[in-house]
Design a protein around this ligand. Structure first.
Ligand SMILES: Nc1ncnc2c1ncn2[C@@H]1O[C@H](COP(=O)(O)OP(=O)(O)OP(=O)(O)O)[C@@H](O)[C@H]1O
Ligand SMILES: [Mn+2]
Ligand SMILES: [Mn+2]
Length: 718
């Protein structure tokens, strides 16, 4: 308001000054001045109709007023109202710097054009229909939101023109157009693996939005755009909003809107009716879980290639469901009251049962029963790993891969499988497990009873660079178990490689007699094999960026009978709850630790205070030990520190986690959180990760919880 009053007081177009003339100056500074002005200008239109001048449209006047504001504003990159700003996206693209070519889609709300920027970039220009001041507000809300978003799974805004008279959004052009067109116009039929990869990418994008507190509210294949590699990008933020604003918006939409059955809202409702969750059809407020429902219907459409409910065509009344408006009510009633859903993809078509179950749970009538996108991402990620989809050409690799190894992926390369292959090749196939367990046959020794679970989430990060493994009963030895977590940096390559290579080395340890030596050996071999492989790839023509040095920190626990060994390199951490308090099983290797700093400097690498903490070398790494990071070897060593201890009845559980957890939750708090959680290891792991995310952890979070004694005993004690 301050801005408005300031600008209105400036000398401007005399026509406008005349229009505004009669308004007493005091009213400009009143907080409702804008509204006031608006009504006032609106009534002018009516007045001037009496005279024979053509009435200036409300929109024209509002824009002229806004133009004055534009003139008054410095060249700051904000919209004319000052509500939207961006460091990266130009918000005032002058008319001379773009050309609109042919329209590619036209809806009630907007026209999308094939367009070119002056540097020749092909973009999609979305020109919204702005006929009321509500539409203008809506444009600003949408721009404000789009300026805040940056995720590979979302349609990317590259520029905007947020000033009169041409309000435009410029998006990156996704050449394969929308999933709806691809499926129904081109009759594309994706492989199951392609469908899973698309679902995973989309789920990641939605997880990102939900973590920011944003709901999309219009997920459907027509709003899922595909690039030339068939990676999906969620588009159309016309209905997206902060969840916290939703109550308000919803009341606006459904109750106090002057036109409850027509216009904008009706159109949006109708346009997406077949994707809408029962609670929305009942006019409840949209939550994240309504997005989950829309997602499920869309993914099922991707798997089946069938527009929801159109396969009911044979049945008498369903015939017109999509064509005639009166049957919309019947469809609504069936979805809401009778639990009607689109026909689920057939297992015979190759869709894995776990995916079908995920879809069914995601369109559950009760929103509370639907999984969150954290859960969905996790499930799809496991499914992808299980099917080894990361090595297929159409993968959603960029979600958990660095842009560099994206190239490998597209050439059928996977750091995961490479880790396993190479470790097998390097190690001899002779296992030492027998030697370890021969020490176990002591009748009086304590026998821990194990149960284990894990949870991993990308959290607020865009990419998942943590990996982990759980190998209970290693080599079919009932008393030997291994667990590990790897936290990647500078890409996920090292973490992925290590998550397969390290357990393979462990399994195949040959000549070494003690488990601790085997751990040490597995760490150093994993590091060496990874760096050798990386060197080969960097020298090959496949990698554009030669200066690429991914690494990962690692923590691995090996339980042999009643003995626990933890090997750690970097800032993951492991603790045991021993007689009710945390007993550390690792030490953090970070540059802020004086001994570690001295060690690194002795090896000839500089450690400097940078930004907020001590950092190592030109790469400014915070950790002082890791696998990979070949630009900093040998100072940043892969040699782990190994702690060992006997497990006794005093020991309740082991917790291992990446630093995303420990950054925000102390060892003591971890113990007490598990104390009040159901004694089920994966529930405990999930609870800890969720708590860390809620406390603002900005990192990927992976947690493994291993109960060391029968859970019922533990529960009786607490
Ligand atoms: N960046 C883009 N690249 C390629 N095609 C695009 C792009 N953006 C939009 N389109 C095409 O234009 C169509 C409409 O875009 P969008 O959904 O953003 O507009 P809308 O007016 O909000 O439509 P709706 O009727 O779904 O609300 C899309 O389905 C797609 O076919
Ligand atoms: Mn759309
Ligand atoms: Mn839209």
């Amino acid at each position: 308001m301050a801005r408005l009053s300031a600008t209105l007081n400036q000398p401007a177009d005399p026509a406008i000054r005349n229009l505004l003339g009669p308004i007493p100056a005091t009213q400009y500074t009143n907080p409702y001045a804008h509204l006031f002005l608006f009504f006032f200008l609106g009534s002018l239109g009516t007045v001037s109709r009496v005279n024979s001048f053509p009435p200036p449209s409300r929109q024209a006047i509002e824009r002229t007023v806004e133009e004055m504001t534009v003139a008054a504003e410095a060249s700051a990159n904000t919209c004319y109202r000052g509500c939207c700003s961006s460091a990266a996206i130009p918000l005032h693209l002058p008319a001379s710097s773009f050309a609109l070519l042919s329209p590619i889609a036209k809806g009630g709300e907007s026209t999308v054009y094939d367009a070119r920027l002056s540097d020749g970039t092909r973009v999609a220009a979305k020109k919204p229909v702005l006929s009321t001041s509500d539409d203008l507000d809506h444009f600003h809300r949408q721009l404000h939101l789009l300026c805040k978003l940056d995720h590979p799974g979302l349609a990317k805004l590259v520029a905007a023109n947020a000033r009169p008279p041409n309000y435009l959004f410029f998006f990156e052009m996704y050449e394969a157009r929308s999933l709806a067109e691809k499926l129904h116009a081109e009759e594309w039929s994706p492989s199951v693996d392609q469908a899973i990869a698309i679902a995973y990418d989309l789920a990641k994008a939605l997880q990102y939005l939900h973590n920011l507190g944003i709901v999309h509210r219009d997920i459907k294949p027509a709003n899922i755009l595909l690039d030339k590699n068939l990676h999906p990008h969620l588009a159309d933020f016309g209905l997206a909003t902060y969840k916290k604003d939703l109550k308000h918006v919803s009341v606006d939409n459904w109750r106090s809107s002057g036109k409850p059955t027509g216009g904008f809202h009706k159109k949006n409702m109708v346009g997406t009716l077949i994707y809408m969750a029962p609670e929305i059809l009942r006019n409840d407020i949209h939550t994240e879980k309504s997005d989950v429902y829309n997602f499920a219907v869309s993914i099922n459409e991707l798997l089946t290639g069938v527009v929801p409910y159109t396969d009911l065509r044979a049945e008498a009344q369903a015939h017109t469901v999509l064509e005639m408006s009166y049957t919309e009510q019947q469809l609504t009633a069936a979805v809401v009251s009778n639990g009607l859903r689109p026909a689920l993809a057939h297992p015979e078509s190759g869709s894995p049962p776990s995916l079908l179950s995920l879809i069914e749970r995601s369109w559950d009538p009760n929103p509370l029963n639907r999984p969150s996108f954290d859960d969905i991402v996790q499930e799809l990620y496991s499914l992808m790993k299980h099917r080894d989809i990361s090595s297929l050409p159409f993968t959603s690799s960029n979600q958990f891969q660095d842009d560099n190894d994206l190239k490998y992926i597209q050439e059928d390369f996977s750091w995961l499988t490479r880790g396993e292959e190479l470790a097998k090749k390097v190690s001899t196939e002779k296992s030492n497990m027998k030697a370890w367990s021969s020490s176990l046959h002591d009748a009086v020794q304590y026998k821990p009873t194990l149960s284990w679970g894990s949870f991993a989430t990308c959290g607020r990060r865009e990419k998942m660079e943590d990996t982990h493994f759980m190998l209970p009963h290693l080599c079919n030895e009932k008393d030997v178990h291994a667990f590990g977590i790897f936290d990647g940096h500078r890409g996920a390559a090292a973490a992925e490689f290590a998550s397969r290579a390290l357990p393979t080395f462990l399994r195949n340890s040959d000549y070494i007699s003690s488990p601790a030596d085997s751990l040490l050996d597995a760490f150093t071999k994993t590091d060496k094999t990874f760096r050798d492989e990386l060197e080969l790839h960097r020298n090959s023509r496949k990698v554009a960026q030669k200066d690429w040095h991914p690494g990962c920190t690692a923590v691995t626990a090996l339980i042999v009978g009643n003995k626990l060994f933890v090997a750690n390199a970097g800032d993951c951490r492991a603790i045991v709850n021993r007689t009710g308090s945390p007993f550390p099983m690792s030490k953090d290797h970070v540059a802020s630790c004086p001994e570690e700093r001295a060690r690194v400097m002795k090896e000839g690498v500089v450690v400097k205070w940078q930004v907020d903490t001590w950092r190592v070398g030109p790469a400014a790494l915070q950790v002082t030990r890791s696998i990979g990071d070949d630009d900093l070897k040998p100072a940043v060593t892969a040699k782990p520190e190994i702690f060992e201890t006997y497990i006794s009845a005093d020991d309740e559980f082991l917790v291992m986690a990446s630093d995303g957890l420990w950054d925000v939750i102390s060892n003591e708090e971890v113990v007490s959180i598990i104390k009040d959680t159901v004694k089920e290891p994966s529930m405990c792991a999930k609870r800890l990760a969720t708590e860390a995310a809620a406390r603002g952890s900005k990192d990927n979070i992976t947690v493994i919880v291993v109960f060391l004694r029968p859970v019922s005993t533990a529960e009786r004690i607490y």
